[in-house]
Design a protein around this ligand. Structure first.
Ligand code: FES
Length: 78
């Protein structure tokens, strides 16, 4: 499996409302940090996650996090 494209070297900090979201794991989506279907034909799949109360989250955009969909600071690695 090839490495995901780095969409940005910073997390997307957003306030999300209750609901189900699909985080882009491939880095190709034009609607970062969410899946827009651009992974079609690759080995990548979006990561579904639930938000149960309105809250601010930091979503990974470098696609190297060990805790998807959330940023773990990996974008700071050289
Ligand atoms: Fe990246 Fe769907 S567009 S996982």
């Amino acid at each position: 499996m090839s490495a995901a494209k780095i969409a940005a070297k910073e997390p997307a900090v957003q306030t999300l409302e209750t609901g189900t979201y699909y985080w882009c794991s491939c880095g190709l989506s034009k609607n970062q940090p969410f899946c827009d279907g651009s992974h079609e034909g690759s080995d990548f799949k979006p990561v579904a996650f639930e938000i149960t109360e309105t809250k601010q989250v930091a979503l990974c955009q470098c696609k190297r996090t060990a805790t998807p969909p959330f940023c773990d600071g990996k974008h700071k690695d050289p």
